[in-house]
Design a protein. Structure first.
Lengths: 419, 524
């Protein structure tokens, strides 16, 4: 170990040296685990920022253990490391870094310390990877947020629309991508933003796939549920789901498909029956909460339908139509909906009448025009991205090669763009 | 109409459609003999069936029916036959319907078919219709049909209960000898290479089999006759004979193909038969529920000529079908242009003054008279073989149109008055109107307390903003998803089958792979 320490101390100054250091460390990596006892000592002697690369290897070796006598210590160590490490050094051995983050999350969840993992991981994200680029740490970060129920911490990250993927740079795996969107959807669900949640689940489901992954399956099930919650309509399987798995998804999610069907029929009783039939499944999948929310939603949907057709309505009529037990229940729902802004109405308690109003949004304020402007800018940006992508593909030598062959074989009528 | 009624009606309509399928299979069984029934039944069934059965039979077709499968199919058909016996139409008073009046205009086999239909649908007319049916069937050589109906309805028939064995024997002898003569004629014509003779011989044999009820053979001979001649008029005639046969057998694909052939030949010629061909076109649209197209086709079918083809449809039919279908599908402008201002069609509409009155009342907004007339004509429409299964559905549509038209000039409307004008109660009209609003067919809102219907003027501006915002959001999402997928594919990242050696580190991955493997096993 002395030898290792010295080498680290010596070879950490210039870029060249660090490269050599990295190669060396890679070679002896496996042996490091033999010196577990001494690792702490060695690490204490290395200031983190200056010697991030070496420190990381040592720390990772320690973290690869299954059990710890002193879990708090390792967690502290990783935490400090993440906060203080030098990005340029660390990015030289990026899979080690991700490994470290992964272990960090796993251990902290096990030790019920996930809330402490949130901030360090966020810093980790910022240190590695360009903005907008998806890294495995994103997934771990979201996992920590979920485990600690700290949803709002995750918001700035997921709202920044991370969509770029570069395996060479980040060595990201498909599982991390899946997890990112799945967790993202869960976080939005926790924040009751069902629209965005549906979007993220949909993204998870439409990832190109040859075979079914359990993450995708869970995402699909929640997709169905959150889709109903946000639009009130029963959803179809996302259009761009890989063909090979469409059938499989549906087959395995029968309790949910049936539930969706029951919802589509707008029949409260039928929904109730479906829930009681499959209650065990929902509980096992931990989707029971969502399911109950959806059932609740059905009542609201029905009330909303009424707003479309009536200007005034009696509370009694509402409670009758919706098979409620009393007018109080109807009133309760309505109050809630009015507060949430799902319905525009006033209740005349004396008469037991409800009067509905039209949506008072006049769309003529500064706020609206600003919003529109922003959105337009976004769209222009996206369109530019698309153009870039298109150009990249059409100038790709493989693609041009294929096109030429096609045309030579006859019947070619595509236009080629040669740049 | 209340919600429950509607659902029941839908069910009845389904039953109607099934009945027609059952009929198809019946006739096929009678007609054919040696041919493999399995294949044929598959063909006939898939025309109008629900999807489940299509899949099952699609599979069976691919493998080719084995003996056991044929047995199974026969059993299935028999079960369905038993379950879908043509039922009487309930809840309608058919006493105003006069069979003899109705059947007068028709000739040939269609008399028989229509009478049987009436017998099966109208309880009070059953006996008379059956008697008349037996008269008609005896004019043909269709022994099987005669037997079958007599046996089936033996408890209803009184005098005719016993089979007229004399007629049966005579017909058998007659058929045999006629057949011999026709065969010989055809042979001779073939030997002499007499094209006209060949055609005629085939046509005669076609008529022969048609009369016997062997529809498949009839079609065969008509088709041969068609091939044997180049004269367009003769070709069209052969096609028409084939169409008649196919209509009796309810084989829509045949009807369609012969119709196409006939129309191609007679495209530029001003033939007498163009009218009936166009009418058949309308009929096909009707059966595939393209009501608006059918309306147009029926109205323009006769053209400037007089319409003459009582073996399938009469001119009254043109008036009824055309009028009824346009009432259900045209808006006011179309109604005016195609019916009220249409010189030629007016003549046909005059033949059915009740229909004419209904249309005029609708146009002039005499809703009370309109509703009354509509109810009055219902029995007649329900007993028409081809229209019956669509009547309820179209009635709902017509009523909806009337309500929408009724409300259109108003900003506010008292629903009580509306109810009386439409001959229904306040509750029922409220349900009808609320359904229309929910389906976006009526722009209005109900004030339940005062029972007033308010018209809403939609705020276009607000609507536009909403649409734009939502479209923009949609676009952004779709594009992002696209970019993501493109990125993934570019980086060659997809969800792949896990390799046996679990290479990726971390406990989670092991667990995940096990789950994946289990899932795979579950499917295979």
């Amino acid at each position: 170990m002395e030898k290792v320490l010295n080498i680290i101390l010596q070879y950490s100054d210039t870029k060249e040296e660090r490269k050599q250091l990295k190669n060396y460390l890679d070679k002896i990596d496996e042996q490091l685990t033999n010196f577990i006892g001494q690792l702490d000592l060695v690490m204490k002697q290395l200031p983190i920022t200056k010697y991030s690369l070496g420190y990381m290897y040592l720390l990772a070796a320690k973290a690869s253990l299954k059990r710890f006598q002193n879990p708090e210590l390792i967690l502290m160590q990783i935490q400090t490391f993440l906060l203080q490490c030098d990005p340029s050094q660390v990015s030289m051995s990026i899979d080690k870094f991700f490994f470290l983050c992964r272990r960090f999350v796993t251990i902290s969840i096990r030790e019920k310390f996930s809330h402490g993992a949130v901030y360090p991981l966020k810093i980790a994200i910022e240190k590695i990877g360009r903005s907008g680029e998806l890294t495995p740490t994103h997934a771990y970060f979201l996992q920590a947020c979920l485990a600690s129920q700290n949803f709002s911490a995750a918001l700035p990250i997921i709202e920044s629309d991370v969509f770029e993927i570069d395996t060479k740079h980040t060595k990201i795996k498909i599982k991390d991508v899946l997890l990112y969107f799945y967790y993202g959807g869960m976080i939005y669900t926790g924040l009751k933003k069902y629209d965005e949640a549906t979007y993220y689940f949909e993204l998870a489901v439409t990832i190109p796939a040859d075979t079914l992954s359990s993450i995708m399956l869970e995402a699909y099930r929640r997709y169905l549920l959150t889709s109903i919650l946000s639009t009130g309509k029963a959803p179809l399987i996302p259009q761009n789901t890989s063909m090979s798995i469409q059938g499989m998804l549906k087959k395995v999610s029968k309790p949910y498909e049936e539930f969706v069907e029951a919802f589509r029929s707008m029949d409260i009783e039928r929904v109730g029956i479906c829930i009681s039939t499959y209650m065990e499944v929902y509980e096992k999948d931990k989707t029971f909460g969502l399911v109950k929310l959806v059932r609740d939603n059905l009542v609201r949907r029905k009330i909303q339908r009424l707003t479309k057709t009536y200007i005034t309505l009696s509370l009694e009529y509402v409670s009758q139509q919706l098979n409620m037990n009393s007018t109080q229940e109807a009133e309760f729902y309505l109050l809630d909906m009015i507060e949430q802004g799902e319905v525009f109405a006033t209740i005349d308690q004396k008469e037991g009448q409800i009067s509905f109003h039209a949506d008072p949004e006049p769309y003529d304020s500064v706020r609206v025009s600003l919003e529109l402007n922003n959105k337009i800018q976004e769209v222009i940006g996206l369109a530019k991205n698309l153009d870039l992508l298109d150009e990249k593909i059409s100038t790709n030598s493989n693609f041009i090669h294929k096109m030429v062959i096609k045309e030579l074989q006859g019947g070619g009528n595509k236009t080629e763009e040669n740049d | 109409m209340s919600q429950e009624n509607k659902i029941e009606i839908e069910k009845e309509i389904e039953i109607e459609i099934d009945k027609e399928n059952e009929k198809t299979i019946e006739i096929e069984k009678e007609g054919s003999g040696e041919e493999s029934k399995g294949e044929e039944e598959n063909e006939k069934k898939t025309e109008k069936e629900k999807e489940k059965e299509k899949e099952k039979e699609g599979e069976e077709k691919k493998k080719g029916p084995t003996k056991e499968q044929l047995e199974q199919i026969k059993k299935k058909v028999q079960e369905r036959e038993a379950a879908n016996e043509p039922k009487f139409i309930k809840g309608v008073d058919f006493s105003s319907f006069d069979i003899e009046d109705y059947i007068e205009g028709y000739q040939g086999h269609t008399r028989m078919d229509r009478l049987l239909f009436i017998a099966q649908r109208s309880e009070i007319h059953q006996q008379k219709a059956l008697k008349m049916f037996i008269e008609e069937v005896k004019k043909t050589r269709n022994i099987q049909k005669y037997r079958k109906i007599v046996e089936k309805y033996s408890d209803v028939l009184q005098d005719e209960k016993t089979l007229d064995q004399k007629w049966i024997d005579k017909t058998l002898k007659d058929s045999a000898s006629t057949y011999d003569i026709l065969e010989t004629n055809l042979k001779k014509a073939k030997e002499n290479v007499n094209q006209e003779g060949i055609r005629d011989g085939n046509v005669q044999l076609g008529h022969f089999y048609f009369g016997k009820g062997d529809l498949k053979s009839a079609l065969k001979y008509y088709s041969r006759a068609k091939e044997a001649t180049g004269d367009p008029i003769e070709i069209v005639n052969c096609c028409l004979a084939a169409i008649k046969t196919a209509m009796e057998g309810k084989s829509y694909s045949h009807i369609s193909s012969y119709l196409n052939a006939a129309q191609k030949k007679s495209e530029d010629l001003e033939l007498e038969t163009n009218g009936i061909l166009r009418t058949i076109n309308g009929f096909l649209s009707l059966t595939s529920r393209e009501f608006k197209t059918a309306a147009h086709q029926f109205i323009h079918a006769p053209g400037k000529k007089v319409f003459e083809y009582p073996e399938i449809f009469t001119s009254l039919d043109i008036g009824i079908y055309g009028g009824f279908l346009s009432l259900a599908t045209f808006n006011r402008r179309e109604l005016k242009r195609n019916i009220l201002d249409n010189e030629y069609f007016k003549n046909y509409l005059e033949l059915v003054p009740e229909m004419r009155d209904i249309i005029y009342n609708f146009y002039e907004s005499n809703y009370a008279a309109f509703v009354e007339g509509l109810e009055k004509i219902k029995p007649q429409l329900l007993l028409d073989q081809y229209l019956s299964s669509h009547v309820e559905r179209l009635y709902i549509r017509i009523r909806e149109k009337a309500i929408i038209q009724y409300f259109s000039p108003y900003l506010t409307l008292d629903m009580k008055k509306m109810a009386t004008d439409f001959g229904t109660t306040l509750e029922l009209i409220e349900i009808e109107v609320s359904n229309l609003i929910a389906e976006d067919k009526l722009a209005g809102k109900i004030d339940q307390k005062n029972k007033i219907l308010y018209g809403t003027r939609i705020n276009k501006r607000s609507q536009t903003f909403q649409e734009v915002l939502s479209f923009g959001k949609d676009y952004r999402r779709k594009t992002r998803a696209l970019l993501l997928r493109a990125n993934l594919i570019q980086n060659k990242m997809t969800v792949k089958r896990p390799r046996k050696k679990l290479m990726m580190g971390g406990e989670n991955m092991n667990f995940m792979n096990m789950q994946l493997l289990n899932l795979m096993r579950g499917f295979n």
